[in-house]
Design a binder for this molecule. Structure first.
Ligand code: NDP
Ligand code: GDR
Length: 327
């Protein structure tokens, strides 16, 4: 019998790549979709990967426990991946209570539904390197203390610890993946890599002249979403649930990431890049650098796609999209 996976956040970047990966492994894939007035738009990432017809989308919301209980009864999942969240750090200062409710307490709703209806299902929580915030160690591992710097990171920290707590309290097979930034052509346009690759493509095509960014001195450990969803799956295949850092072990400034994108289309960054204070954050995470040694040793996981390859793939995808739109 095919294994059954239930994914919250299936319409997001990771949800799309995880669906594709699980379908390749022979899973039946179910996804939670929140109701929107824009019918037929939510599954655009699944369509991009050509998997929209192969997954089953079901109505639910992380803030509605009864919807999650009903979904667990209906799907009877072997594995539950909780990827849904208000995931944009900058928005979390504008909507701190919603962020706490969905990104934080929403995790408890999913865990409660699992505990009450599907207690033998394996559970994955999408935790974040943002929890390290003002870093307490040069390279962050599973033992590095946390210091969150945004309402988003505070909410994620709650989600992380409630996952650990349900594992320890109720014996759930609940794992927390502390994933560092991961990107792809399916990344939301508001995140810096995609904003840059879309902006560079627009400048190349003569649609825009400048690209406006905030703090380009910030450093991130960027990987590819395709590599990172494999690590999520590997965590749930272990006999014992645990927490893992997933990262490349290399950190790069926003400035240098930007330079890769401009260079790919033969343009100089200088002359196009404008620093705009509107994009600075009330509190910044200056640098993140993950130590993925545990994931390598225990899961046999190593990233395969470099930052350079990924940024070039993203620029090419944006050039294709924009060319299609304007033709
Ligand atoms: P996205 O922002 O692309 O996707 C978020 C998903 O959550 C979307 O499917 C969205 O649905 C859904 N969602 C939001 N609110 C609700 C709600 N109330 N009920 C049900 N679903 C909801 O995020 P990513 O794919 O990039 O990230 C996946 C997860 O991993 C997130 O939890 C994120 O915080 C976390 N993470 C991401 C990292 C990254 O670098 N990408 C790194 C570390 C952690 P809709 O389509 O309707 O908006
Ligand atoms: P982040 O990603 O906050 O790390 O969260 P984002 O790409 O938004 O920012 C990365 C860094 O770039 C700086 N920056 C800008 N960011 C944006 N979005 N727009 C700009 O114009 C800009 N200019 C500079 C930011 O200040 C920051 O330092 C992502 C999300 O996916 C989270 O959900 C996830 O948990 C973490 O990664 C790990």
């Amino acid at each position: 019998m095919a294994k059954r996976a239930l994914i919250t956040g299936i319409t997001g970047q990771d949800g799309a790549y995880l669906s594709q990966y699980l379908l390749e492994q022979g899973y039946e894939v179910f996804g939670v979709v929140r109701r929107s007035s824009h019918f037929g738009v939510a599954d655009h990432r699944l369509r991009w990967l050509g998997v929209d017809k192969s997954v089953q989308l079901l109505d639910g919301n992380l803030s509605d426990l009864s919807s999650l209980i009903r979904l667990m009864e209906q799907v009877k999942p072997d594995e539950v991946y909780n990827l849904a969240a208000q995931s944009f750090v900058a928005s979390s200062w504008q909507q701190p209570v919603l962020t706490a409710n969905i990104t934080g307490v929403g995790v408890t709703n999913v865990l409660e539904a699992v505990r009450l209806v599907a207690p033998t299902a394996r559970f994955y929580q999408a935790s974040s390197s943002e929890m390290y915030g003002k870093i307490q160690e040069a390279a962050q591992s599973e033992t590095t203390p946390f210091y969150p710097r945004s309402p988003y990171a505070v909410a994620k920290l709650y989600g992380h610890w409630i996952t650990v707590n349900y594992r320890e309290s109720f014996g759930l097979h609940a794992s927390s993946g502390i994933l560092f930034n991961h990107e792809s052509p399916l990344r939301g346009i508001e995140f810096v890599t995609r904003k840059v690759t879309d902006g560079v493509a627009r400048i190349k095509l003569g649609l825009e002249k400048e690209l406006r960014l905030g703090n380009i001195d910030a450093k991130r450990d960027w990987g590819h979403a395709k590599d990172y969803v494999r690590a999520m799956w590997l965590m749930l295949q272990q006999d014992v649930a645990d927490d893992y850092v997933v990262a490349t072990g290399t950190t790069t400034t926003v400035r240098d990431m930007c330079r890769i994108a401009f260079a790919h289309v033969g343009l100089e960054m200088e002359g196009h890049l404008v620093i705009d204070p509107a994009f600075f954050r009330p509190a910044e995470v200056d640098v993140l650098l993950g130590n993925p040694a545990k994931a390598k040793a225990k899961l046999g996981w190593v990233p395969e796609i470099s930052l350079e390859t990924m940024i070039r793939e993203m620029v090419d995808a944006d050039l294709t999209r924009l060319t299609r739109l304007s033709s």
